[in-house]
Design a protein. Structure first.
Length: 79
């Protein structure tokens, strides 16, 4: 089995998914107001959800094999 280099979007997706690991401690150190802490943490979680969606979409596209449409299928049988 060969390994493939990650694409640009996969790399960006992994970085964005790791953002909460950095944002949560920084939020507690940088902000004394709880509302700013909460806003930073929620933003990190939103980034994680978006990055996960991108990663899943890329995985689905990589494994996608187009199915024959009706015209292709019936045209091949008629010929």
């Amino acid at each position: 089995m060969t390994t493939q280099k990650p694409t640009f979007l996969e790399t960006i997706s992994a970085i964005v998914m790791a953002a909460p690991i950095v944002l949560v401690p920084v939020a507690f150190i940088a902000f004394e107001e709880s509302i700013l802490r909460a806003q930073t943490i929620v933003t990190g979680l939103e980034w994680t959800v978006v990055a996960s969606g991108i990663a899943l979409a890329l995985r689905a596209l990589r494994h996608y094999t187009p199915e024959k449409t009706g015209a292709d299928h019936y045209g091949a049988q008629a010929a």
